[in-house]
Design a protein around this ligand. Structure first.
Ligand code: MOS
Length: 703
């Protein structure tokens, strides 16, 4: 038994110092195992069968011949699956998506709806049998076409009010010197994270265990307990390493069907989704049709702002892509109106996808601002600086730090914006036309209650346990740095355990609130533990553990308009012969709270910006109106930016600690993508003189 040295130990400065991932070696050597590759004795494999019609009823499921195939153990479908509890609102405030609550009835509400699970001894046998399973349908006419003119679009609140309105919009527009009135569209987009969704379910001494890949183990455990009417203590979900999430890794058909099969068979069952299945079973970003009307006075000051967005949801789950929300924080005007509407169609349910609302919304509003700058004869940076609001435009609340102007000034300086010729289409490099563009970014900075436990071990190390998720963000490393500072010990003496619902309730890796919410709980527990330990004192064999729960502290947060902000800059080259757009360089400067780990933070922000390039130029899921399904539902048909598409991207930040957060964090999970597509689109206009209001800016649209 050695001693714990905390108490009066001197301050450390792990937070703010670059640190490689604590699990980095495990990841690059393959020692880190992902949900679909962890071995279990007696493991059976489930393969989902998805509907081939976009609407109708299941007439028959031909299980007989399939059950005679080699290795096949069972086939689950609506005729034999257990009934689930689905009449609840989960911890994120939404009911379960029926696409996840599988096999409950014979209705088919969209193409790719799960209709059966074939379970076999090997994945190959399960796949073979799943492909042989004959399911017949009574199809019905379907409708998957979104447009801005649909009369059946209706306002939906989601996590924010559908409508905000102040002042007389028409009068404001009529009284404006300069007016922009345009429609912008963004296509259906998919998360496409590297690691497919995968889960293994098993019963172990009366407890259900699910080894999974998700954005919140407690969240998934909570949903599964409710659906299967189990005591919460009887469900344990683990999710150690996660190869990307982006909003899509919650409760899905694979976990639910795996639990059904494991319960029926009393043996471990694994269900892994294929890349193609992910395109219908795991959510996506709805296409949007957005109309933006801006009116400004002679000096470019906004007099009227109107942002209306129509998105699409399924007939079985109501989800709104709240694209009009971004203007509620970014820009003020005497007449100000924003509204989010939704159309219900025969398509899979959309869901949160990185910067839900802000990503497509910032494309429309920031492209419209660029058009307004052109009309006003003002530099686009200057136009934005002239429209910096004093308080939240809709909330009226003071900002909890709004360092957007600092981001623009620093970004413009580093990008070399000064002296930019505002005229479009006048710079050439051989067959390339060159242009630069800018856009603003913002994303809400919040915190949610979490619990954590920190243990002083007898060997002088410390173990942090929290049901956090590291979906590739570096959260595990960030929490290690936060804990080390709170304990005032070197980073090497801290180990952080995450991804286990047995560690108690915690925020998910989502909403840019994960690391901040968890860091708060870790700081609280570690700080109390440090005070409790006597320097030079002994620690008993079982260690000394302090637990925290930030529910009260987070609930007492001051009411502010609390956001991260950023300024995006892009330079593009447009090939006048082929219509190809190449991004040559990009810079983002962010005001996003205290940065915990500069190394992974830079990666997070650059990754978001690369995704912005992808959104601007490549990504587009095309739905076939005849079948109701997607053309090319894989990473061959759905183009994402690859290394060759991504130039040197720089991301940096200005000093911007959140005054109300114990660590000063705001959150950097999603802001990197916000405004990035608009900056690229605005640069394409500057290069060519042509506005592209429909994403992606494909070569055929450029020509
Ligand atoms: Mo993020 S779209 O909240 O996972």
């Amino acid at each position: 038994m050695t001693t714990a040295t905390t108490g009066a130990a001197p301050r450390t400065d792990a937070v703010g110092t670059a640190h490689t991932r604590v699990e980095g070696r495990d990841k690059v050597t393959g020692a880190a195992r992902y949900a679909g590759e962890i071995p279990f004795a007696g493991l059976a494999h489930g393969w989902l069968v998805l509907s081939t019609v976009a609407r109708g009823r299941i007439a028959s499921v031909g299980t007989g011949p399939v059950l005679d195939m080699p290795g096949v153990i069972t086939v689950l479908h609506h005729g034999n699956a257990p009934r689930l509890e689905t009449d609840y609102v989960g911890m994120l405030g939404v009911p379960p998506d029926p696409t996840a609550a599988v096999f409950q009835n014979d209705r088919v509400p969209h193409a790719g709806w799960p209709v059966a699970l074939v379970v076999a001894e090997t994945p190959e046998q399960a796949r073979e049998a799943a492909e042989a399973l004959v399911v017949t349908y009574e199809p019905e006419p379907h409708d998957t076409a979104l447009s801005g003119a649909r009369p059946d679009a209706y306002p939906v609140d989601g996590h924010m009010p559908a409508l905000t309105e102040k002042g007389d919009l028409e009068a404001g527009l009529a009284g404006s010197v300069h007016v922009v009135d345009e429609e912008y569209t963004t296509p259906e987009e998919h998360h496409g994270m590297m690691e497919p969704h995968a889960a293994t379910a098993l019963w172990d001494e009366g407890r259900l265990e699910v080894v999974d890949s998700n954005q919140g183990a407690t969240w998934v455990a909570d949903e599964l307990a409710r659906m299967f009417s189990l005591d919460h203590s009887a469900v344990r979900v683990r999710s150690d390493h996660v190869g990307g999430g982006f909003g899509s890794k919650g409760v899905r058909a694979h976990q639910v069907s795996a639990v059904m099969a494991a319960t029926a068979l009393r043996r471990p069952v694994r269900v892994v989704l294929t890349r193609r299945q992910m395109f219908t079973l795991t959510g996506h970003r709805s296409p949007t049709v957005q109309r933006v009307r801006l009116g400004a006075d002679d000096g470019g000051r906004l007099r009227a702002l109107d942002h209306r967005s129509v998105s699409r949801t399924s007939t079985v789950w109501e989800f709104v892509e709240p694209s009009a929300g971004v203007a509620r924080v970014m820009y003020d005007a005497d007449a100000h109106r924003t509204e989010n509407r939704v159309v219900r169609l025969d398509v899979p349910s959309p869901t949160w996808m990185r910067a839900p609302g802000e990503a497509p919304g910032s494309f429309a509003i920031e492209a419209a601002l660029d058009e307004l700058a052109e009309k006003c004869g003002l530099d686009p940076v200057e136009l934005r600086l002239r429209n910096e609001p004093e308080r939240g435009p809709v909330s009226g609340l003071p900002f909890g730090g709004r360092n957007l102007a600092a981001c623009f000034r620093e970004g413009a300086r580093r990008f070399g914006w000064a002296g930019r010729d505002p005229r479009p289409g006048v710079r050439r490099d051989g067959r390339w036309l060159l242009g630069t563009g800018t856009a603003a970014a913002s994303f809400p900075a919040g915190a949610m209650p979490s619990t954590a436990a920190v243990t002083a071990e007898p060997d002088g190390t410390f173990t942090v346990r929290i049901s956090a998720a590291d979906i590739g963000t570096g959260a595990r490393t960030a929490l290690t740095l936060v804990a080390a500072d709170a304990l005032r010990v070197p980073v090497e003496r801290v180990r952080v355990r995450i991804g286990d619902s047995d560690y108690g309730p915690a925020m998910i890796a989502g909403g840019s609130m994960g690391t901040r919410s968890w860091a708060w709980a870790v700081t609280a527990a570690a700080g109390e533990l440090r005070e409790r330990l006597v320097p030079g004192g002994t620690v008993p064999p079982e260690g000394v553990t302090v637990r925290s729960d930030t529910t009260a502290a987070v609930g007492a947060l001051a009411q502010r308009e609390r956001h991260s902000f950023g300024a995006q800059f892009a330079e593009v080259a447009v090939d006048v012969a082929t219509g190809e757009v190449r991004v040559r360089r990009m810079l983002g400067v962010f005001a996003a709270g205290r940065i915990v780990n500069p190394l992974t933070a830079r990666g997070q922000l650059v990754g978001g910006m690369a995704w912005g390039i992808s959104m601007a130029l490549h990504e587009e899921a095309v739905r076939d109106p005849a079948s109701g399904g997607l053309y090319g539902a894989d990473l061959a048909g759905y183009h994402v930016a690859t290394h060759a598409d991504v130039p040197a991207i720089e991301a940096d930040w200005v000093d911007d600690p959140d005054p109300d957060d114990p660590v000063g964090i705001k959150g950097i999970g999603e802001i990197g993508i916000v405004g990035a597509a608009a900056a690229v689109a605005n640069a394409v206009w500057h290069a060519t003189g042509v506005r592209h209001r429909n994403l992606p800016i494909r070569p055929d649209r450029v020509l």
